[in-house]
Design a protein around this ligand. Structure first.
Ligand code: F6R
Length: 611
């Protein structure tokens, strides 16, 4: 949520920052701004997407070798020019960008107002900046010292970067709870919310930890804790190529990412699953196998699409490992005082690895003695680092705001984990283990056939794009897929959609069914097939329009449904990796048919770093 970029060094700062903001726009896009330091400090900001800021700056003198930039997802204060970042101090000498929420900002604002400070925005950011300025004045200290003092009084989450007219060769940054990466170039430094703005300049990066302060000069990076003690920066090498964060000829990142799935699932399995040898190699699982296989229960904590992956995993783990699984919304889990025993296993599932609710939920569970196993996509992210063990999903950068390839990669990893535990625990016989390992290995080869439904799905999108509501129904492993299909449609097309267990719809939602309601059945061949056939009859009897995702060779549902989308047959345990694909495509093509910006749907942001 909110993207920040900053640069200091010999290059022109503005083009670096602008390009970086465009790369980070998935994190928020209701307004943006830059502060550039040349002879003086100049701040430019604009409501709307980064392109609108860019347009408004054509012809301006933007020369500077240091600057900060921000693309916003509004928390405090509506999207507007005045609430856009950067914000300025009262004396006009400091500018600051911020990602996160300062929870005690009302109290701080009250204190500052009593001292005569006025505010030109509704943001918590301006309050924090003026609080820092006030400390600097009262203590007659440097900016670094003032930031340190201020942060000790602040509650909430933040990444901040400050630029100071009186110290043009220094940027000051700090983090708690929101991500910050610093790229190390030759005589230059790049700061950003993630590595995407940095990758084309350098692969050497330092991930800043909570409660660390960075003093950044063109040729020097000093890290300190809030106690003013120096910390040695830990430099890591980025394992990412520029092509991975570009559209590569596709009209949208979302479509590119949907079509990347044969490769991303393959990358996820590669080096881990060996069907010929019948082995699964996952160090994170192996090193904790005793805790995993002896767990009294496993709790899966996640949000959104990752929560849906967790629901599929619940079915898979319970089936294969005979361990009870609870799947929790991280936002509920963190506040409801859950019962956690020492040694409980918590699997945190997150694409970004930065989702605030998931992060705090596992921090609390860890304090209570739980073992945290992270299933995360972004390498080096906060959830990955706080986890005791884990497995990366290796789906590559996901830029489209709606999650697609990360979901199927999460399913692949979670299925491997379940298979590995079941094998070690002896709750699966060799024949079934080998069968499922082979089924999983074949998924990357089957995904292209599921993607070939794209043209047919596009036609369906044209047919149904004006529907007001959709119902998505599934049973068993395909029930969470129905939830995921409904979520995708809501996000991308703004059409109301509900996902439901197919049998449960009789207990309420069936009242909605009439000839205007499209009902999407996720009905690939599984042990519930006959049951879902009956559910389709129930919808047809009430004149609902049935769109069914079915397995090849299913000539029962193909005769009943108004429209069918056929995907390759697969064992029901791994079928969600195929059945979800037409649903991703349906949401995409309906969004496009309605002329919407599918990569940046309204009100959403990719990485939800506020609770
Ligand atoms: C949906 C979507 C969100 C995320 C959720 C969790 O398309 O992208 O629902 O799944 O915000 O994010 P991560 O997985 O980054 O923790």
């Amino acid at each position: 949520m909110c993207g920040i970029v900053a640069y200091i060094g010999p290059k022109e700062a503005y083009p670096v920052i602008l390009k970086g903001l465009k790369r980070l726009e998935y994190r928020g896009y209701d307004s943006s701004g830059v502060a550039l330091l040349n002879a003086g400090l100049k701040v430019y900001k604009k409501k709307g997407k980064v392109a609108e800021l860019e347009e408004s700056l054509v012809g301006k003198d933007l020369h500077a070798n240091a600057g900060i930039g921000h693309t916003r997802w509004a928390t405090h204060g509506e999207p507007s020019d005045r609430n856009a970042h950067p914000h300025m101090s009262a004396n006009g000498k400091l500018a600051m960008i911020h990602n996160g929420i300062i929870e005690n900002y009302t109290q701080l604002k009250g204190e500052l107002q009593k001292k005569g400070y006025t505010f030109s925005s509704d943001t918590d950011t301006e309050v924090l900046l003026k609080f820092i300025e006030d400390i600097q004045l009262n203590n007659d200290c440097g900016l670094e010292e003032a930031v340190r003092i201020a942060l000790k009084r602040v509650t909430g989450a933040y990444v901040i970067v400050l630029i100071d007219q009186d110290n043009p060769d220094t940027l000051i940054a700090a983090r708690k709870g929101s991500p910050l990466v610093i790229g190390i170039g030759k005589g230059e430094h790049f700061l950003a919310s993630d590595a995407s703005p940095i990758i084309e300049y350098t692969k050497e990066v330092v991930y800043i930890n909570d409660y660390e302060l960075a003093i950044v000069r063109p040729d020097e990076l000093i890290l300190k804790n809030l106690g003013n003690e120096k910390i040695t920066p830990f430099v890591t090498k980025l394992d990412m190529e520029l092509a991975a964060i570009e559209k590569g000829g596709y009209e949208h990142f979302m479509l590119k990412e949907i079509f990347e799935q044969p490769h991303t699932i393959f990358d996820c399995l590669r080096g881990r699953l060996d069907a010929a040898a019948g082995t699964i190699t996952m160090a994170g699982v192996q090193n904790n196998i005793e805790q995993l296989k002896n767990a009294n229960r496993i709790m899966i904590v996640a949000c959104g699409t990752s929560w849906h992956a967790g629901l599929v995993a619940e079915y898979v783990i319970e089936e294969l490992c005979r361990i009870p699984v609870e799947v929790e919304y991280a936002s509920e889990f963190r506040y409801r005082n859950p019962v956690i025993h020492k040694g409980d296993v918590i699997i945190a599932v997150s694409q970004s690895g930065e989702t605030a609710d998931t992060l705090v939920a596992i921090e609390k569970a860890k304090e209570q003695g739980a073992i945290i196993f992270g299933v995360v996509n972004v390498v080096g992210s906060s959830i990955a680092r706080i986890s005791n063990a884990g497995a990366y999903t290796h789906a590559g950068p996901e830029i489209g705001v709606a999650s697609t390839k990360a979901f199927t990669a999460q399913l692949a990893v979670l299925t491997m984990i379940a298979l590995k535990i079941a094998y070690e625990k002896g709750t699966i016989d060799n024949k079934r283990f080998m069968h499922l390992v082979n089924e999983l290995q074949e998924i990357p080869d089957k995904v292209p056939a599921a993607l070939q439904t794209a043209d047919a799905v596009q036609k369906l999108a044209a047919k149904y794009k004006d529907a007001k509501d959709f119902l998505y129904l599934g049973r068993g492993y395909n029930f969470p897929v129905a939830l995921e299909g409904a979520l995708k449609l809501k996000e991308i097309s703004y059409i109301h959609a509900e996902g439901y267990p197919a049998a449960e719809m009789k207990h309420g939602p069936i009242a909605l069914v009439d000839e205007s309601l499209p009902v999407v059945f996720v009905a690939t061949k599984d042990s519930y097939h006959e049951k879902i056939v009956s559910n389709i009859q129930e919808i047809k009897a009430r004149k609902g329009k049935v769109i069914a995702v079915i397995s090849e060779g299913d000539d029962v549902i193909s005769k009943m449904a108004d429209d069918v989308i056929v995907v390759p047959a697969a064992d029901e345990l791994v079928a969600p990796m195929l059945s979800v694909i037409p649903l991703q495509l349906l949401a995409y093509y309906i969004g496009v048919a309605k002329g919407l910006d599918v990569d940046k749907p309204r009100n959403l942001a990719k990485s939800v770093t506020v609770e």
